[in-house]
Each structure stands twice: as C-alpha cells, then as structure tokens.
Design a protein around this ligand. Structure first.
Ligand code: ABU
Length: 540
C-alpha cells in the first residue's frame, strides 16, 4: 500500500500506442474514402491485398466474386468470420495472468479489424452511420472523465450542458419551455413517455402500481417502433393494450382510424391515456400527420407523444421540417401539439451511440419539481441531500429512472459548436439529396424497382435479377424475388464491400432499405453501392 496499485507511466505509454492504433485502424481506415479509391485502381484483389498486407480475403473466387472492381473483393466495411473462427482468432478466454503491452496492443488491433466499420462510407445498414471527429472527441472526453450525470457536485459541466442542449432541441420543436432528459436510446425515451403520461393521468400509480389503475389503452400506428410493445410489457400495461392503428399505403397513421380505435377501446371498458405518433418510421420512413392526430388527442384528452427518434433531425432543415408540422402547435385555450417527443441525434446527426433525448412540454416545471421529477423521483439521501451547500435544483438525476447515467450531451454539444445549426442543416439536406440521387439512379437502371417513392431518407427497393425479369406474372415470382435480397446480403457481408439492411414488410417480400446519414458519402459511393448490388445479384 506504500505504492499505487497501478503503473501510471506504463498506462500512459500504453494509451499513446492504443490511441495511435485507434486513429490508424479505427478512424482513418474505418472511414477513409481514399482507401477504397486506391483499391479500385488496383489490378486485382490479390495484388491489392499483397500491397496492403491483408490476408487473402476470399478462399476461392465464387461466380459473383469475379469481374467486378477489386475494391469489392477487399473487406472494407467488415471482415466476416463465422463465430467459431472468430472466437479462436480473438482468443477470448480470460486467464489468471496478465499479458504484456505488445500482446494487448495486438488485441486492440484485432478488435478493430474484426468489428464492423459503421463509420465507413459504404455502411448503410442501420439508421446510424458515419464518424464525426468532433463528436468522437466528445465521446473520448466523456469516457475519460467517467462521471455520472446525476448530481452537480460530480458533473457540474454536464448538468449545465445537458440543460442547454435539451433547451436547444426544445426550441427546434417550437417550445419555449419544458423539461427533458437524455435516455439510453429511443426505446427508453418512448417508455419515459408512457410512464409520464400514465403518471399525469393517475398520479397514484406511482405508489400503488397497477392496483390504482383501470385497464389502460394506448395507441400507435401499425408502423410504429417495436419499443412501444416492449414498453407496454415492461411497464405492466400489457401488449394487448397497445392498439395498433391502420396506416395508409405510405405507412402514415390514419387519424380517422385512430378515432375509431379510441372509441372502440372506450366501448370495451378500457381507459385510453396515450397516443404515440411516429415521425420517421423505421422501414418506410413515414411521418404521421401530426396536426390531425393532435386534433384527435385533444378531443379525447389524450397525451400525444411523438416518436421522432429517427425523423426528428429533419427539424434542423428549413426545407424539410414541414414533415413534422403540428409537433409545435399551440391552440389557445384548448391544448397543443405534442406533449412529449423522443429524438435521437445519434441517428441522422452522426453524434455516436447513444444520444437520445426525451423532451416534454411541461408547464409545471419551474421552482417546484416538474412532472419528470415527480414521476420518477425517489430522493436517495446518499445522492440528493437537501442540505447541500449549493442550489440542489442542479441535482437533476432524480428525474431519471436510472441511478448512474452516462453523459450523452457533450458529443452533441461539441458537434453543434463545430458545425453550428447551419452545418447540421447542411448535413440533413445532404442526406435527403443522397436519397434523391439514388432514387433517380434506381429509376434509370434496369432491374431496380422502388417499393415506394421516398419522402424521407429511407430508400426501399427490390433488385430483380436478370433471371426474374419479365416474369412478374409467374406464380412463384414474389417468392423467388423474396430470396434475392438475403442472398445478395450474404455475399456483400462475406466480401465485406458494403452493408445494407433488408426485410419483408407487410405483404411485401424482402426488399432493401438503404439509408444515407454519413456526410462522408459521395456520389461515387452511391454508384458503387448500386453497381455492387448488380454485380452480386446478376447470377441469381
Ligand atoms: N431504432 C431502429 C433501429 C433499427 C435500424 O437501424 O434499422
């Protein structure tokens, strides 16, 4: 005990080397478009791989693996391994003795090598992608400081910063006042909405639980996020009490169907309390008509929550914010637009996972505790001592359902400082422009078929291989088409050239859902993406 239990100097030396690896392998190789440009110019995959030092990528050349650009044969987005092989490569077992620094640094390289490069300009698989350098700096500082967002005494900077960032997001919603909290993902933000709406209607539910409640009913569209079901199960509301409202052909909630569902629930003896509208559905990118949904909520006295986890960032764009029209609406004397909103800047704004804001327009917030605090507060005497020497209203942690809570505001704050609102608007507009470009290319190319015209940045399409073209009338056409996207996906992941998601949806067989949120993506990447699908699917 006379000496520290860890070697600071050796630790720092290790970190320096680890940071260099992080920069080289994680940031540069993981995002550098010129890596792929060099690869594209190489004569063959073998030649390129020899030059860059990577092991042979493909054990043998399958029919779809030849004749294309060499870059498509080199793993750039991911280096696929079967689980057993990966387990062996990584040597995951934890042993009694520690390892020397060089071995550990090699392990860091391995982790980076075999992980998926979500910051790469050819990763289109999720609603998040890309790597923003300023946001990453914020994430690294957050990890280094390793604090919890609950009290001013241990997170003074972040308590003030969270307040400013949440106020800025509320301002974009058109709310001059209110409350909010960063939550661990959009699913939890949606659960917050359910809990707060229930508490506002039945304050005694906090102490008495389900014993204080009638059979509740909440409403969301058939296209709503699956977290609505999860939240209902988790909060004891029950998935049977989530009434799924019919949508139009674009996936937007039909307000007249909402009204009918509410009436039906009431007639069956349930107590409606919440409507969850969606701004940006996961697959189709649909926006529910908020004005009309808000009208229904007002007529029935229901809390309107908007799950804008995906689509919320459109509010930054003067050109596209109309998609969320009605979210801000105030109707003097008879209610308003949304009561609460979930918004994930980690998706379209490239902030980094996770950054999800739960925002509420709560007029009760002020010197007295607001709704969030009243709903979740438990007043732990070891954290929230009322007799502290400073203003304890800055101890905001009791609004949360968590105790320890990550700092999620710094990465967004630093990004915003770097880009300004104008820069963020440009990013949003660029994502729309990429989608428009892709849609136009799809229409031009043989074999591509849009599932629907994009309104947002979700581009949903089928690739029809030559063997299926002109056979739309055949009995098994759709069944065969439904096998194409999974087959192409397997090939692209095994080659590591590109990643994109696919799914069946309602009556539609498997189709690709392409989403560009990464500001590093260029036309060349989008052309490559379509070329690659054609190349990987031409023999199917
Ligand atoms: N919250 C939905 C995320 C799933 C996706 O990236 O597709």
């Amino acid at each position: 005990l006379e000496q520290p239990g860890l070697d600071q100097a050796a630790g720092e030396a290790f970190l320096q080397e680890a940071f260099q690896i992080l920069l080289d392998e994680g940031v540069r190789k993981g995002t550098d478009a010129s890596e792929k440009a060099r690869a594209g110019r190489a004569g063959s995959a073998r030649e390129w791989c020899r030059r860059c030092g990577a092991a042979a990528v493909l054990p043998r050349a399958p029919s779809w693996g030849s004749g294309g650009p060499a870059s498509s044969l080199h793993p750039q987005v991911c280096e696929w391994k079967e689980p057993q092989e990966l387990r062996e490569l990584l040597d995951l077992e934890l042993r009694g003795a520690g390892e020397p620094p060089q071995r550990l640094l090699q392990r860091c390289r391995d982790v980076l090598r075999y992980s998926v490069r979500t910051g790469h300009p050819r990763f289109f698989n999720q609603l998040f992608s890309g790597l923003d350098h300023h946001a990453l700096a914020g994430r690294l500082i957050t990890e280094t400081l390793n604090t919890s967002q609950y009290t001013y005494e241990i997170a003074p900077v972040f308590v003030l910063m969270e307040d400013v960032v949440l106020a800025k997001l509320r301002e974009l919603l058109g709310w001059s006042a209110g409350d909010g909290i960063f939550a661990p993902g959009g699913s939890i933000s949606n659960m917050y909405a359910m809990n707060v709406a229930r508490f506002r209607r039945f304050p005694e539910s906090k102490s008495q639980g389900s014993w204080a409640l009638p059979r509740l009913a909440l409403f969301a569209s058939r296209e709503s996020h699956y977290s609505i079901q999860k939240g209902a199960a988790f909060l004891g509301i029950g998935t049977d009490n989530v009434r799924l409202v019919a949508t139009d052909e674009r996936g937007k909630m039909l307000p007249e169907e909402l009204e009918k569902e509410i009436e039906r629930a009431k007639a069956e003896g349930s107590e409606p309390f919440l409507v969850c509208a969606t701004s940006g559905t996961t697959v189709l990118g649909a926006f529910d008509p908020l004005r009309r949904v808000a009208d229904v909520c007002r007529r029935h006295g229901l809390w309107l929550h908007v799950d804008a986890a995906w689509g919320g960032s459109a509010l930054l764009s003067r050109k596209h914010r109309h998609l969320l029209d009605g979210i801000e609406r105030r109707v003097p004397g008879c209610g308003s637009g949304a009561d609460s909103v979930a918004w994930n800047p980690h998706k379209m704004l490239t902030v980094g996972l996770q950054c999800s804001a739960f925002l509420l327009r709560d007029s009760s917030v002020g010197p007295a505790p607001g709704l969030l605090q009243r709903c979740h507060g438990a007043g732990a005497s070891y954290l929230f001592q009322p007799d502290k020497f400073y203003d304890v209203s800055y101890d905001t942690g009791d609004k949360s359902v968590q105790c320890g809570r990550r700092v999620d505001c710094l990465k967004l704050w630093l990004l915003w400082k770097a880009e300004g609102s104008a820069g963020l608007e440009r990013r949003v507009d660029r994502a729309f422009a990429c989608t428009r470009y892709l849609a136009q290319e799809l229409r031009r190319r043989e074999g591509f078929q849009l599932v629907l015209e994009p309104e947002f940045v979700n581009l949903c399409f089928w690739f029809v291989p030559p063997s299926l073209r002109g056979q739309e009338g055949a009995r098994d056409y759709w069944a065969r088409l439904g096998k194409v996207a999974p087959a192409i996906k397997e090939r692209m992941v095994r080659s590591g050239s590109v990643m994109v998601s696919y799914q069946p949806h309602g009556a539609a067989v498997n189709f690709f859902r392409q989403v560009v949120t990464n500001p590093a993506v260029t036309k060349a990447d989008l052309d490559f993406f379509l070329d690659e699908i054609e190349r990987l699917g031409r023999d199917l």
